[in-house]
Design a protein around this ligand. Structure first.
Ligand code: ZN
Length: 304
């Protein structure tokens, strides 16, 4: 073999091997990507489709999403129909048999999580309700973050058995740090237990249950349905009667209605982040709760 050939072969090996050793994971949202990275460390490469500043119910498909899906070994989704408006056709069009629903490379994290607001009657999307199977924003309880991380660990280990011990160690480390941070978040939120707030969309039931907020109403009349004049009027009356000052708005909604309602009740409309990536400085699962807990505690501090 000539030196030139040896160099070419060596170059190919160096180029291919590190990539071949890594699991190529695509997640629907940045929250799942952030948790997956905690567990996967250097042995997985994770990319999310939706950005944390976008409404995860309504993401505009792009050709680049297809490219990501075509190369994926594993696709992790929130499920409960959160992504139904945009992801299923992309999965089909990718032609990637590894990540089709039901395949080993398809992971629906809702199955491992505590899901709230389960429907008691039959709800269909025909009603315009985008939460027909229960509330899909479940990652906003750190306990569900822990469950999501464990699911990732199990699946990564199944797909890369040689690295099982590595994933196990990373999961333990994540859980330990989560436990430590939860103590801090709990302590910060404790003085405000039971505080009444309004949110734009039903994004925060798991967060509220975990940290003791009392969400009494929503700017949307129903999940996914824009504000209506009659509902907005009811909302203003309720907030006045119950002395509620805070409206929490996800970053992708128009502030006009929340601002106008807040003005009429002498309160404030604030942007609370439902996802990692909602602001540039929020890049990890821990930073998401840090950001939201800070925002809430300083807002609550202003209104006695
Ligand atoms: Zn929703």
């Amino acid at each position: 073999m000539s030196i030139r050939k040896i160099l070419i072969v060596a170059g190919l090996i160096a180029g291919i091997c590190p990539a071949a050793g890594k699991l190529n994971v695509v997640t629907s949202t940045e929250d799942l990507a952030a948790i997956g990275r905690e567990v996967g460390g250097d042995h997985v490469s994770i990319d999310s489709i939706a950005k944390g500043y976008q409404d995860p119910h309504f993401v505009e498909p792009k050709p680049s999403f297809l490219l990501k899906l075509q190369k994926a070994d594993l696709l992790a989704v929130v499920g409960l129909q959160l992504e139904i408006g945009w992801l299923p056709p992309l999965i089909t069009q990718s032609g990637n048999s590894k990540i089709q629903v039901g395949a080993k490379g398809y992971l629906d994290l809702s199955t491992a999580s505590e899901v709230l607001e389960l429907p008691t009657t039959t709800v269909t999307r025909a009603d315009g309700d985008v939460h027909p199977l229960g509330n899909p924003h479940y990652w906003l309880d750190p306990e569900n973050g822990r469950r999501i991380a464990r699911s990732f660990k199990d699946r990564f280990s199944e797909m890369q058995p040689a690295e099982a011990a590595y994933f196990d160690q990373h999961l333990k480390d994540f859980e330990n740090r989560l436990t430590e941070n939860e103590k801090r978040w709990d302590a910060a939120m404790a003085p405000y237990k039971g505080r009444k707030v309004v949110t734009y969309h039903r994004s925060f039931p798991n967060f509220s249950k975990r940290f003791g907020l009392n969400v009494v109403d929503y700017v949307e009349p129903k999940p996914g349905i824009p504000p209506s004049p009659s509902h907005t009027l009811e909302l203003i009356n309720k907030m006045k009667q119950e002395n509620i000052k805070l409206i929490l708005v996800e970053p992708y909604f128009d502030m006009r209605t929340p601002d106008s309602v807040a003005q009429q009740v002498g309160g404030t409309a604030l942007v609370l982040l439902p996802s990692v990536g909602g602001e540039k400085q929020v890049q990890t699962y821990f930073q998401l709760f840090d950001y939201d807990v800070n925002l809430l505690t300083s807002a609550f501090g202003k209104y006695k």
